[in-house]
Design a protein around this ligand. Structure first.
Ligand code: BJW
Ligand code: ZN
Length: 248
């Protein structure tokens, strides 16, 4: 990344008053949460996340899929928000700016860093619900094994995440569209930008003439239209972006 890119991004940030921070798995990578497209390791090494995260995978082996999510919920609970999450929360406390976090992530690291999340587009690891009657259950059950039954109807609980082929939660989608209507800057962090309809949001923002800063060590689908890319990890680039010029 050139110093020019950082200067350009800081100029965009200084001019903005209504910022949407749109995040993907790379945001949490440096907290120790593998990205979705990282190869699975350990006991999960022989499984394909695209299959595990699908209604078909759930139908064919719910115990396996539940165990994968319970394992991930346990892992998320054992890690902490990183300097990137903290920088986003700090930006939200700045006078004169409104910051709305729209995340594809199913962890709670933005919240634990102090941000209010406007939208969890792909649900949450900590919101299990009954697969039949839909009754929401306590987050305490997210890591329970064996797979719990619904106390209301006796059917089974399922993870409260959005699998391929399922619709996104309509309230979260509406909130994301609403905050984007008012945005004058979007900061996209750590996503390949290939999973729709979430990936539409940065594309639509850019098409509406709103500048897009991308934070990602690797090029992504977002790079093709972003106004500027800060080519580095979130824990470095987000604090750098927020640093006052005289501090660097
Ligand atoms: C760093 C970093 C560091 C690393 N710092 N960065 C149009 C065209 C084609 C297909 C479709 C289409 N529209 C819909 C579809 C189908 C499908 C889809 O998009 N498929 C594509 C794969 C082609 N979409 C759906 O099925 C969606 N539903 C839907 O469309 O429903 C329609 C419907 C309507 C009405 C009724 C019924 C149906 C649902 C999509 C659900 C996605 N769910 C998942 C799993 C969630 C649960 C779980 O976690 O297990 O969401 S899939 C997975 O991908 C997860 C993520 O949120 C999502 C995005 O991944 P992300 O965040 O981009 O992560 P990675 O791993 O891809 O990238 C990490 C990035 O970080 C990389 O770029 C790294 O370089 C970077 N990085 N370290 C900064 N330190
Ligand atoms: Zn039920």
């Amino acid at each position: 990344m050139s110093t020019g890119d950082l200067d350009t991004a800081r100029d965009l940030l200084e001019a903005a008053s209504s910022i949407v921070v749109f995040t993907g798995a790379g945001m949490s990578a440096e907290s120790g949460i593998p990205t979705f497209r990282d190869a699975l390791t350990g006991i999960w090494a022989n499984h394909d996340p695209m299959t595990l995260a699908s209604p078909e995978g759930w139908a064919s082996d719910p115990d396996l899929v539940w165990a994968w999510y319970a394992d991930r919920a346990t892992r998320v609970r054992s890690v902490a928000p990183n300097a990137g999450h903290l920088a986003v929360a700090e930006l939200g406390r700045r006078r004169g700016v409104t910051v709305s976090v729209v995340t594809q992530n199913v962890d709670d690291l933005h919240e634990r860093a102090g941000s209010v999340v406007a939208s969890h587009l792909h649900g949450s690891l900590f919101a299990p619900r009954c697969q039949d009657c839909g009754r929401p259950e306590s987050s305490d059950l997210a890591a329970a094994t064996p797979r719990p039954a619904c106390p209301l109807c006796g059917s089974t609980l399922r993870p409260g995440v959005v699998w391929f082929g399922e619709p996104l939660p309509s309230d979260d989608w509406r909130r994301a569209e609403n905050v984007l209507d008012d945005a004058d800057l979007m900061i996209v962090v750590g996503t390949t930008g290939v999973v729709y309809p979430a990936a539409e949001l940065p594309e639509r923002t850019c098409a509406a003439g709103v500048p897009v800063i991308e934070v990602n060590p690797e090029p992504s689908a977002v790079t093709t239209f972003a106004t500027v890319r800060l080519a580095g990890p979130a824990t470095q680039m987000l604090p750098d972006l927020l640093a006052r010029r005289d501090q660097s």
